[in-house]
Design a protein around this ligand. Structure first.
Ligand SMILES: Cc1ncc(COP(=O)(O)O)c(C=O)c1O
Length: 380
């Protein structure tokens, strides 16, 4: 049997919406479906403004531009994340400062983060790993005390909650991803979320996102012509993509439910064996509601993780590792970091293995993964 790591789910309406977007003869940015999707995100997630972008990478870049990250500024983030979190700051000449994570959630440790604060710190980017929230109460309170911006990197955590609030709606700004590997997708897509009442944030977002113009005001009928009003780039996605995304977002509940079922199956099948062998499984703290983006195991030894992964792969199961911590990458070394700087991050990255998880996984496929994994762990 061949089991891929990921397979996109396709909703019943997405083709119809895409065709409709094409027929509407308005396939560039900010058309009918873009407005529908923004409104849906704002209403469903309690977000003040959702600006659709071509990726979470671009949403993070936009956020860094909005708060004017400049040379000399430091931004604290975990090292256990995707390159885009750090690139958004590097591109503006700022410095990403990496802090360690907590072993129970693989998210930024508020205490470690606080230890990294300096008079140059301007913002914090907490990354919600795999659909599980950071300790947002602690992070927001440290940020408030030190007058720092908080940009939630919720690329993987659309539709997940912390203490009843949707992720992406808690920090000053947030970023979502709708990339092909994410739970709800249009291939390439994202959103910048703004939760502060400060009008300057919205104004900047509108102008920067629209190539430095006031085209958004023009689209709202507020002005006759649009022109160059500030710095900017091109971050708005085609309405065709937003049409597909609309179809997916309408089925968000169904997709999450299918993922939950598989996640819980893995937990049930593996928990006894994992406990006996000192292997950690995903832990969802009581204050969090997951979107079940990732199911992982953490082995106490890298050699064991590699053995299990190779064996699963040889049986057709695409289990895989995750991030090479940013501080231990070539760029991280260039920034002055060395191996050993972030103990938990390194330990987690060496032991972590992700299992296949996609909404239309069959019972037979789930059982094949579960049984093979138990057999292979038994050989360790
Ligand atoms: C934590 C995190 N941030 C940002 C991104 C970038 O997302 P996108 O592919 O939409 O640019 C990813 C992608 O996987 C991610 O995992």
């Amino acid at each position: 049997m061949k089991i891929p790591y990921h397979k996109s789910y396709h909703s019943s309406k997405e083709k119809e919406y895409v065709l409709d977007a094409i027929n509407k003869n308005d396939i560039s940015g900010d058309g009918y479906y873009t407005r529908q999707v923004s409104a849906l995100l704002e209403q469903k997630f309690g977000i003040l403004r959702a600006y659709m972008t071509t990726s979470a990478t671009h949403a993070l870049e936009l956020a860094a531009l909005i708060i004017d990250i400049a040379p000399g500024d430091e931004v604290i983030m975990p090292s256990f994340t995707f390159t885009s979190t750090a690139n958004s700051i590097i591109l503006r000449g700022g410095k990403p400062v990496f802090c360690d994570i907590e072993e129970n959630t693989l998210n930024m440790s508020p205490k470690e983060m606080e230890n990294k604060l300096t008079h140059k710190t301007k913002a914090i980017i907490p990354v919600h790993y795999g659909g599980i929230s950071c300790d947002m109460d602690s992070i927001m309170s440290i940020a408030k005390k030190n007058k720092l911006y908080v940009i939630e990197d919720a690329a993987q955590s659309v539709h997940a909650k912390y203490k009843g609030k949707y992720l992406g709606s808690i920090g000053h700004m947030g970023a979502f991803s709708f990339h092909g590997t994410k739970n709800y997708t249009c291939g390439e897509g994202g959103a910048l979320l703004i939760n502060t009442e400060d009008e300057a944030f919205m104004e900047k977002a509108e102008i920067i996102r629209q190539k430095g113009t006031d085209r958004e005001r023009f689209l709202r009928g507020e002005i006759d012509r649009y022109s160059w009003t500030g710095k900017g780039s091109s971050y708005s996605p085609s309405d065709i993509l937003m049409a597909m995304l609309m179809g997916q977002l309408e089925e968000m509940g169904k997709i999450t439910e299918k993922r939950r079922f598989i996640h819980e199956y893995y937990t049930d099948v593996l928990k006894n064996k994992a406990l006996k062998e000192n292997i950690k499984l995903v832990n969802i703290p009581t204050e969090c509601e997951s979107n079940y983006h990732i199911f992982y195991l953490i082995f106490p030894h890298e050699l064991h993780r590699n053995y299990v992964m190779t064996e699963l792969n040889s049986r057709g199961i695409s289990a895989t590792t995750h991030y090479v911590p940013l501080h231990s990458s070539k760029m991280g070394k260039h920034l002055g970091y060395t191996k050993g700087d972030l103990r938990i991050t390194e330990k987690v990255s060496q032991g972590l293995l992700r299992l296949p998880l996609y909404p239309d996984m069959t019972r037979q496929e789930m059982e094949y993964v579960g049984q093979n994994l138990i057999d292979i762990i038994g050989e360790l």
